[in-house]
Write a new protein. Structure first.
Length: 102
């Protein structure tokens, strides 16, 4: 698994069936989504930023970029939660842009 956080890597390696069930849920939810992959990733980036969950940000920014997202779209995704979540979203801003530029 490339571009995933160390924490997630250890979770997947050490949690056995729980990790497999989590990945199954994630896959099934994505398959059932009416959103295209780029939009789904941008929405997920917005949620991660609003919840201060920056450990998954690099992975999802790279997934969004691979799906055709622009740097400007990444910025907008991070900032979409600003009115509801406040300035906490700025904690994800620099990391998201660095991940996109790599």
């Amino acid at each position: 698994m490339s571009n995933v956080s160390n924490n997630f890597q250890v979770f997947m390696e050490e949690s056995g069936d729980v990790g497999k069930a989590f990945m199954d849920l994630t896959t099934r939810a994505a398959e059932a989504s009416a959103l295209d992959q780029k939009t789904e990733e941008l929405a997920y980036i917005a949620v991660l930023a609003a919840l201060r969950m920056t450990s998954g940000l690099t992975f999802h920014v790279k997934m969004a970029k691979a799906a055709g997202a622009t740097r400007e779209e990444i910025k907008s995704a991070v900032l979409v939660g600003l009115p509801a979540a406040g300035l906490v979203v700025t904690e994800a801003f620099a990391l998201a842009l660095k991940s996109y530029d790599e």
